[in-house]
Write a protein that binds this ligand. Structure first.
Ligand code: BMA
Length: 321
């Protein structure tokens, strides 16, 4: 039997698959769980990251304000569904001045929480990194890469003594290309040994792809949810699927979705500031049951929650061979 390697999260958000649904991933019936105006000055709250913290959950949220500035805010929750977001953006300490930040991921590694996000530097996007122990103070480290880069996602443990990060080299615009690469670092500061992980595929992932939540360790390899983009006469459509990466050399792909797991199909995923976007940035996993809850941005406007299990994802991956 395939298993998740990790903690038990018996109280994590969960809903059974509806009787009339045969999809591998299904949506929370209360979606969107975070509305665009959950803060007095927010235009939109989406593409955000949560982790187990204390007796509940904490997170770093992408909140664009009504001047359409992108900032990162903390949030706390008892149940992972109802969130209290801080009205003030995170103030990072460190040597770099903060220009803008979006699409955060949070990864617990060696007992600390590391935030990675798309960080403005010299007005260009690259990968910012900060560490926190309490979600109150955040120490910003050096940017991982030169511009342009997006979707920096850390692995939750070191491999061969090194930190591993997935990322997607890009350009300064609505990048019309993009593959997933992996880089290694002894100290979270100096990154190298870059390896190609996956290039774009066909169909829903034909324009570009990018890593989503922190990879989940399983008996079958690292489970990576990733977004894929298709460009049509109507613009870009963001869906997501899954891949399995080699346990020790995760730049080697064991299996990969040809069919998406989720595409934008509900009103809140299809209508918003950027129509037709589902964009996963975080996942919670309960090792004993194999349950997985995925947090994803909807139409660059609000935040949704979806569910699956390890068995459902593996079956989905197998069905397409
Ligand atoms: C990407 C990022 C994401 C966004 C997506 C769709 O380039 O800006 O934040 O969700 O485009 O607009």
């Amino acid at each position: 039997m395939a298993t998740i390697t990790g903690p038990a999260l018996p109280d994590m958000p969960w809903q059974e698959r509806p009787a009339d649904c045969s999809d591998a991933v299904w949506r929370h019936t209360g979606n969107p769980i975070i509305r665009r105006d959950a803060l007095p000055d927010s235009n939109s709250i989406f593409n955000s990251a949560v982790v187990p913290f204390g007796a509940g959950y904490a997170g770093v949220f992408r909140c664009d304000d009504r001047a359409r500035r992108c900032a990162l805010h903390t949030g706390f929750s008892r149940d992972g569904v109802q969130w209290e977001l801080s009205p003030e953006p995170i103030e990072f300490t460190g040597v770099l001045s903060f220009e803008y930040g979006y699409d955060p991921r949070v990864c617990r590694i060696d007992g600390e929480y590391i935030v990675t996000w798309c960080n403005g530097y010299a007005d260009y996007p690259t990968i910012g990194i900060a560490e926190t122990a309490d979600f109150k103070t955040f120490r910003q480290l050096e940017n991982a890469f030169l511009p342009f880069n997006r979707n920096g996602v850390l692995f939750p443990r070191r491999i061969g003594g090194k930190y591993l990060m997935l990322s997607r080299p890009s350009d300064n615009n609505h990048t019309g290309f993009g593959d997933i690469f992996l880089s290694r670092s002894p100290d979270l500061t100096f990154w190298g040994e870059h390896r190609l992980v996956m290039k774009t595929g066909g169909g829903w992932q034909r324009t570009k792809i990018g890593a989503g939540p922190t990879p989940i360790e399983t008996s079958e390899g690292w489970l990576l949810f990733y977004h894929g983009v298709l460009t049509s006469c109507n613009g870009m459509t963001y869906s997501f699927g899954a891949a399995l990466l080699d346990p020790e050399e995760p730049w080697k792909v064991i299996a990969r979705d040809r069919h998406y797991l989720m595409s934008p199909q509900t009103l809140y995923e299809c209508v918003g500031d950027t129509p037709n976007v589902v964009f996963p940035c975080a996942a919670l996993a309960d090792a004993p049951t194999g349950r997985i809850a995925i947090y994803y941005g909807c139409a660059d406007t609000c935040t949704g929650l979806a569910f699956t299990t390890l068995d459902n994802v593996l079956e989905h991956l197998k069905k397409q061979k």
